[in-house]
Write a protein that binds this ligand. Structure first.
Ligand SMILES: [Zn+2]
Length: 234
């Protein structure tokens, strides 16, 4: 296990399949990168106002685990870059949204931020903004500490986050454009829904949602269980 990790850290092995390769980019081997691009083309979105860049599959789950729990914030840019948003596989993505685009990351609680050192949603928002000509806006704050979402049932999650955020809007709020709430994973929509609610009923801009992954609600609990086990099995 230790030897396996030292190889990963020093770039010997593909982070997708774990095989040694001399043609890493430097995260994935060409086969895994092609698989990643293919997954993005098959991404499904649970609602018309939600864009999820990838489905939750073993490869994408492993990569987002690296982003969230293994201190690899650069994975956010990598995943956005190889999603259909940038590779043209889904021409509809963002093209119908009124400009400018304001990417608003779901805020991380301070305790989590201190532990992780960065907010993964903000890294994703930065990547989306830089590749679409939009901007990142910290227009949300988290109110109180909440236990990890992945441990709760759907009802529990909605109750848990329903009052978790407050808006942090500028006094001179733009009068046109689209706000895109950015998060890492969309499951039930409870978190991003609570973010939209925090803006209030009279919010003047269109609000959409964009996440890296879509995880079907019934599989999220299984993913959580799997995450708690050994990450690399090879
Ligand atoms: Zn690979």
């Amino acid at each position: 296990m230790l030897e396996s990790w030292s190889n990963v850290v020093f770039g010997m092995e593909c982070l997708g399949c774990g095989t040694a390769s001399e043609t890493l980019d430097p995260w994935l081997c060409p086969a895994c990168r092609n698989a990643l691009v293919g997954l993005s083309k098959n991404a499904c979105c649970p609602r018309s106002d939600v864009v999820c860049l990838f489905p939750m599959e073993p490869l994408t789950r492993r990569l987002i685990h690296l982003l969230k729990y293994r201190g690899m914030p650069g994975m956010a840019t990598y995943l956005v870059k190889y999603s259909c948003v940038m590779t043209g596989g889904n021409e509809e993505t963002f093209t119908e949204y009124a400009r400018p685009l304001y990417f608003v990351p779901v805020p991380l609680h301070r305790a989590r931020f201190r532990e992780r050192g960065y907010n993964q949603a903000e890294k994703i928002a930065l990547a989306l903004a830089s590749l679409t000509g939009g901007q990142v806006c910290r227009w949300l704050r988290r109110k109180t500490f909440k236990v990890s979402q992945t441990r709760l049932s759907r009802e529990g999650r909605e109750q848990n986050v329903s009052d978790a955020f407050r808006s942090n809007l500028p006094k001179n709020l733009p009068s046109k454009g689209t706000v895109i709430i950015v998060d890492d994973v969309y499951t039930t929509g409870a978190t991003t829904g609570a973010c939209i609610d925090a803006f209030g009923n009279d919010f003047p801009l269109d609000v959409k949602v964009c996440t890296l992954l879509y995880d079907k609600p019934f599989s999220a609990t299984m993913d959580y269980v799997a995450d708690r086990r050994a990450f690399y099995t090879y």
